[in-house]
Design a protein around this ligand. Structure first.
Ligand code: ADP
Ligand code: MG
Length: 310
């Protein structure tokens, strides 16, 4: 299977929670990605930003409270900063790995914006967890300070922000041009900067788009053959975490839809991945999505592991 156009979405486990972890983890992340470039595939890399965007927002909020010259940053700007913070490390790590293997492939991160709808119901029901985990008492203080907090799957309380549906990727032509020129693009980082279209003007939205859904949207727009979602599990499971748990090799689009309806996939973690997989696989015959572990990307493409949807 040579010469496919592949969108690779990196999850939190590929990036780590702080700068030191990010630099260390990206080394093995780069190896997995460059394996695919070496096999002749055209690759676009996308990534999440949950912990990073929370950290950036918290840092600026804290500074604004104690220092009169520090502005409150809109969430859209926090997402833009997270694209730079992660993209800088990611593109340099990829560059080094490519050069070490004698591959002359230019690599660059693109500040990427994603169109969202002002009337998206998500703005009334914040659901996307960002930043670190807090105790109940800490969360209560934050609620008094105007944040929306939710309990995150037994792991503590986290701040949640609106996560509207991505409708279009503003810089899609540039991503396409980079691919055609044989370049490695890093795009829709953190789900892309959410913006409302106002004539020729793009207005930043206070939200964080889900990176899996944004990656599926980008994959459709650049006419990719394959979407690979790399995460912390090797396969998708039915009855996840229960005694009758069953790991899946393959799901058709219809089966995946049925399993979503039956509630097999946790909201905010596996559900958006399966939804993204279905969006992409259903968008045109021949398209499919692979969900697997970062280290198994190559094996997954060769059909040896992972869950394929479509
Ligand atoms: P990422 O940072 O890659 O987006 P998430 O934590 O958001 O990772 O989602 C991946 C996690 O989803 C897995 O580590 C697993 O704990 C959880 N998960 C929830 N439901 C399922 C399921 N049905 N099958 C496999 N994993 C699941
Ligand atoms: Mg996630």
């Amino acid at each position: 299977m040579v010469g496919k156009t592949i969108v690779i979405a990196l999850g939190g486990n590929a990036l780590g929670d702080n700068l030191a972890e990010q630099m260390a983890k990206l080394k093995s992340t780069a190896r997995s990605i460059v394996d695919l470039v070496e096999q002749g595939h055209r690759v676009v890399v996308t990534h999440g930003n949950g912990p990073q965007v929370g950290m950036i927002d918290t840092a600026f909020e804290a500074a604004a409270m104690t220092e009169a010259h520090t502005p409150h940053l809109p969430m859209s700007v926090c997402v833009a900063l997270s694209q730079g913070y992660i993209g800088y490390d990611l593109q340099n790590t990829l560059r080094e790995e490519l050069l070490d293997r004698g591959l002359q492939v230019p690599v660059a991160s693109l500040i990427t914006q994603v169109i969202v709808d002002e009337h998206d119901p998500a703005f009334k029901d914040p659901s996307k967890p960002i930043g670190s985990h807090f105790s109940k008492a800490e969360a209560e203080v934050m609620v008094r300070n105007g944040y929306v907090m939710k309990e995150d799957a037994g792991r503590g309380w986290r701040r949640v922000v609106a996560s509207p549906k991505p409708l279009d990727v503003v810089e899609k032509e540039t991503v396409r041009a980079m691919l055609q020129a044989g370049q490695l693009a890093i795009a829709v980082g953190g789900g892309g900067i959410p913006v409302f279209r106002q004539g020729h003007h793009l207005k930043g939205a206070s939200a964080v788009v889900d990176k899996d859904l944004a990656s599926a949207m980008l994959a459709q727009l650049i006419d990719a053959d394959l979407l690979i979602i790399l995460t912390a599990v090797e396969r998708v499971a039915l009855n996840f975490g229960q005694p009758d748990q069953r790991w899946l090799d393959h799901l058709s689009v219809d089966e995946a839809r049925r399993c979503m309806d039956e509630g097999h996939f946790a909201k905010g973690s596996m559900l958006p991945k399966v939804q993204a997989a279905v969006d992409f696989a259903a968008s045109r015959p021949g398209r499919s999505t692979l969900i697997t572990l970062l280290a198994k990307a190559k094996d997954g493409i060769e059909g040896r592991t992972g869950t394929r949807i479509g």
